[in-house]
Design a protein around this ligand. Structure first.
Ligand SMILES: [Zn+2]
Length: 497
């Protein structure tokens, strides 16, 4: 049956047509800095408080108020900048970005424009076993806007509500170079950046609470072309899944337009997660639309080399070098190292277990199987693990020394996880020690009997009390590892024969 025109329209692009084009992707990430208070006032940044509980004249934009810069916000932004290999500038400056919106009470946002805090960095991503360096154009500081609430209130049907708690929260905007070529690379970039921001304690990166938000710049060009195509900004890519789906959709949309002879409009589009598509939001605004000018109420930001070096030296070991060190220092595989450095807390747990005596590879195996599975099943974080690193090390040592078998150890671990009791305690209480073979006990018993003919004679003449002597000697000969009942049975059998 011949295809109808409409079914052809619905058909997705053929691999041949898709292969003609190369996507070009850059990401703009907004990350909320983990400060106690807002960037220009002393209001709390706590998430989830009643609407408008954390506000003051400064963050409500009342006339006559003056902003005061939060030093901790600058410090955290410096940490982020240095961790992504940016140059932190000695002099940067805040600027007013003017636009009107109900969630922006001053009518302008205090941001940084022509003199950002840091520029010219990079991070390394890994995808499909290949490493690639993605450039970072800039990192700047700015204040967050408030939040418009469109549902959940008495008059939501005909009114919009505004919650100013978020207004004035400190943000860093991190702009990448257009260095990514696939949605998968964009995914890897965001995951790598998020991990670095978590390691450095710059942000909690909670995407559900809006602490990490992502917009994408996407264009396509014929493979081999030097010029970039017209770029479209896609907003609201606020989960890893949406990021990938939205980029895939947008790339396909642009190729379809170009293939049918059309032109791409330079615009801002919004990802609609329920409809699985991007929709046009507005034509792309240009910098001059915002009438940027230097913020007259704040002094320029001055970062001395001493302060910068202090922040640099306070940075923790970052994920990439930590992975490399784990592989060489603990003789584990690169895959093990990747799993164990997923978070700082997991990496710390592993190193604490090794320090407490567990061999690296064995600790890595236990963590990746039993520990992570049980944490996952019980919805617990590693920091709340009922089994501490020394407790895991103790269990591993019992297996390594042959005191218990691997199969028994798994049962012991399950009990440890549920009860927080130690491995040795559980092994003793439940008599789980490795069982000595009956023939070994019998051999020991024969030797004890052969060495003590006098006591054998006493037993045979009816002295039942001397039986305990034989049992005690056999238990000693088997170093307490034999089952006492088995020893009893074997000794009685031999003495009675
Ligand atoms: Zn305030």
């Amino acid at each position: 049956m011949p295809k109808t025109a409409s079914s052809q329209e619905e058909t997705t692009l053929s691999p041949e047509i898709r292969a003609k084009y190369e996507p070009v992707i850059g990401l703009e990430v907004h990350v909320q800095l983990l400060t106690q208070t807002k960037i220009f006032c002393a209001c709390s940044t706590r998430f989830g408080d009643p609407p408008n509980a954390n506000t003051c004249p400064v963050c409500l934009g009342l006339p006559g108020t003056l902003p005061v810069l939060n030093k901790r916000a600058v410090e955290l932004a410096m940490s982020a900048s240095l961790a992504i290999n940016c140059t932190v500038h000695e002099h940067s400056r805040f600027a007013r970005k003017n636009y009107f919106y109900p969630d922006l009470p001053k009518g302008y946002q205090i941001s940084q424009y022509e003199l950002p805090l840091a520029t010219g960095g990079w991070i390394e991503i890994e995808h499909d076993g290949a490493k690639k360096r993605i450039g970072i154009t800039r990192l700047h500081l700015e204040e967050d806007a408030a939040k418009n609430l469109h549902e959940g209130f008495a008059h939501s049907a005909d009114k919009a509500y505004v919650d100013f708690n978020r207004c004035g929260s400190p943000l860093s905007e991190i702009v990448s170079e257009p260095d990514m070529r696939t949605p998968e690379e964009a995914h890897a970039y965001l995951a790598t950046l998020r991990q670095i921001l978590l390691y450095t304690g710059v942000s909690d990166c909670n995407m559900e609470e809006g602490s990490l938000r992502c917009d994408g710049n996407v264009s396509v060009r014929l493979r081999g072309a030097k010029e970039f195509g017209t770029k479209v900004e896609v907003k609201n890519l606020n989960s890893f899944r949406f990021l990938q789906k939205a980029l895939e959709y947008e790339i396909e949309r642009q190729i379809t337009i170009l293939e049918s002879g059309g032109r791409i409009a330079q615009e801002t589009r919004l990802w609609h997660q329920n409809e699985n598509r991007t929709v046009a939001m507005r034509s792309k605004e240009k910098a001059h639309d915002y009438r940027y000018f230097p913020e007259p109420d704040l002094l320029p930001v001055h970062v001395s080399s001493v302060w910068r070096d202090q922040v640099l030296h306070s940075l923790p070991e970052l994920p990439t070098p930590k992975r490399a060190r784990f592989v060489t220092q603990y003789a584990i595989t690169p895959y093990d190292a990747e799993v164990l450095t997923a978070s700082q807390a997991l990496a710390d747990y592993f190193e604490a277990a090794v320090k407490a005596g567990a061999p690296g590879k064995t600790a890595a195996n236990w963590m990746q199987t039993e520990l992570l599975r049980r944490l996952n099943d019980s919805g617990k974080e590693i920091s709340a693990s009922p089994v501490s690193p020394p407790a895991l090390a103790e269990l591993v040592t019992l297996v390594e020394s042959g005191k218990i078998t691997g199969a028994v150890a798994k049962k012991v671990f399950a009990t440890m996880f549920d009860s927080s009791r130690s491995a040795a305690e559980i092994v003793a209480a439940e008599s789980l020690g490795a069982q000595i073979d009956d023939s070994v006990i019998e051999q020991a018993a024969r030797e004890v009997i052969a060495k003590n003919p006098d006591n054998v004679a006493k037993f045979k003449s009816g002295n039942e009390g001397v039986f305990k002597f034989f049992v005690g000697q056999v238990m000693r000969a088997t170093r307490g590892q034999a089952n006492p009942q088995t020893v009893n049975d074997i000794v009685r059998k031999l003495l009675s024969s």
